[in-house]
Design a protein around this ligand. Structure first.
Ligand SMILES: Nc1ncnc2c1ncn2[C@@H]1O[C@H](COP(=O)(O)OP(=O)(O)OP(=O)(O)O)[C@@H](O)[C@H]1O
Length: 448
């Protein structure tokens, strides 16, 4: 971050403009100010700043419009909006539209400095991770998540921005992609003081769901022989992570929605409400929108949760992460199992890079753990890898094969029709023998 940082501040209130300028004035930062949004946008176009701080309500053009225009011509700019009327909903909306942050006015100077520092450091980490010049693993790590792919660093940037503002969040991704780690990372960056409490919805007996979430009073039902606090209460001031929320019964979903909306819970057997401040993160490998359409998930809960939706891409869509994760897991398991393994051979790495990883990072983790145990030498080789990883043809090969089969069927059908089903003529035009033609016709269910 040694280069000069350019920042543009736009505010129609002159004393606020002066205050912000004084707050951000420091070595290495070039500040430009505008007291009207149109001039502000001109400045942004000419000086191409990394950072723009703009008021939300201004005559002529709103801060949201300023944001919208900047996102069109310089989408990587960090735009911070300031407003006297902060709500979670407007903050989330602004961030979904590309804002880097959304601050309550009057802005606390220490807060602003810290937010700017975090944003610029995050932008620097992102640049470093994507530039192939990262010197250390820390440069490629975001709160325990390791990646160098642009897709993952885009996700980290969104996590960073949304973490201080969201109240509900939905994480979607195939099994083993790292949803749990993503949830923990968002919690860590949310600056809440409370705990991170987890409920795996696929592991709870249906009848005990509500007692798990909201707690119960003694005698509330048979077997309730003492008062019990629920997970909502345990997560008060922190985050409740509901993993595999698609497995939550519909009746519990209705109560969950009410608790989220009212920030109030009732223990089973009690009429006394308790106020709670809980951020809720839900995760699912299922397409909940589709489930809601099919009546298998409450639509209102889906819309509430998906105000912010984070998608964790499958490993096969970010293959540049495979080698990095392989190295990380080799180091971890070699040390855990006290083995002298220090890497994988180039050809084994090729096999790993080519495989489709239906179980995603977790599957890669298990494969490397097993290979570390089996490897006879310092480098894991192809024979140390499981057969299914080594033998399966890559998706590319499968796709090509199925395309060829399709093409063949279409061609056969076309010529067979043109020749009015004349096999000798069809074989002649295709340049193959009659036996080969009969075989192919049978294979494709044609002409019989
Ligand atoms: N980017 C990553 N860097 C390092 N480790 C990772 C990364 N992504 C996933 N892992 C590891 O892979 C394993 C699976 O991750 P995690 O449990 O977060 O996935 P998940 O999507 O929540 O899975 P499920 O859908 O089965 O609950 C964990 O051991 C986790 O530590």
């Amino acid at each position: 971050m040694s280069e000069l940082i350019r920042a543009v501040i736009i505010d129609d209130n002159l004393s606020s403009l002066e205050l912000l300028t004084a707050a951000l004035e420091q070595k290495g930062v070039a500040l430009y100010t505008a007291s009207d949004p149109v001039h502000g946008l001109d400045l942004v176009r000419t000086v191409r700043p990394q950072l723009v701080i703009t008021d939300l309500v201004m005559p002529g053009l709103s801060g949201l419009e300023v944001l919208r225009q900047i996102m069109v011509f310089a989408p990587s700019t960090n735009v911070i909006l300031m407003t006297a009327h902060y709500t979670t909903e407007t903050a989330v909306e602004a961030i979904r539209n590309g804002a880097a942050d959304y601050l309550q006015k009057p802005v606390k100077i220490a807060d602003l400095r810290e937010r700017v520092r975090l944003l610029l450091t995050a932008a620097e980490s992102r640049r470093l991770a994507l530039s192939d010049t990262a010197a250390h693993m820390e440069d490629l790590t975001f709160e325990g998540l390791i990646a160098k792919s642009a897709a993952m660093w885009r996700l980290f940037a969104m996590m960073e921005k949304i973490a201080p503002h969201y109240r509900t969040l939905l994480i979607h991704g195939e099994t083993g992609t790292g949803k749990d780690l993503v949830a923990r990372a968002v919690h860590a960056r949310s600056r809440t003081r409370g705990s991170f409490v987890v409920l795996n919805c696929s592991a709870v007996v249906e009848t005990l769901f509500e007692s798990e979430l909201f707690g119960h009073t003694r005698g509330a039902f048979t077997g309730a022989d003492r008062d019990k606090e629920g997970l909502f209460a345990a997560a008060d001031g922190g985050t409740l992570f509901l993993d595999e929320i698609g497995d939550m019964p519909m009746s519990t979903q209705a109560k969950l929605l009410r608790a989220i909306q009212n920030q109030e819970i009732y223990k089973i057997g009690s009429l006394v409400p308790r106020r709670v401040h809980v951020k809720v993160i839900a995760a699912s490998h299922r397409d909940l929108k589709q489930a809601a359409k099919e009546g298998q998930f409450r639509e209102d809960l889906f819309y509430r949760l998906s105000m912010v939706e984070l998608k964790v891409p499958p490993l096969r869509e970010r293959r540049e992460d495979i080698e990095l994760l392989t190295g990380h897991f080799v180091e971890r398991f070699a040390s855990e199992y006290r083995r002298k393994v220090r890497g994988v051979t180039p050809r084994a790495q090729l096999v790993l890079n080519r495989y489709d990883w239906p179980g995603n990072v977790r599957q890669l983790e298990h494969v490397i753990a097993r290979s570390c145990m089996l490897a006879d030498s310092e480098l894991i080789d192809v024979e140390d890898l499981p057969d299914d990883v080594v033998d399966v043809p890559s998706t590319m090969q499968l796709v090509t094969a199925s395309l060829l089969v399709n093409q063949e069927r279409l061609l056969l059908q076309q010529i067979f029709n043109e020749t009015n089903g004349n096999q000798s003529e069809t074989a002649r035009r295709l340049g193959i023998g009659r036996d080969a033609l009969r075989y192919k016709l049978k294979k494709h269910g044609l002409g019989c």
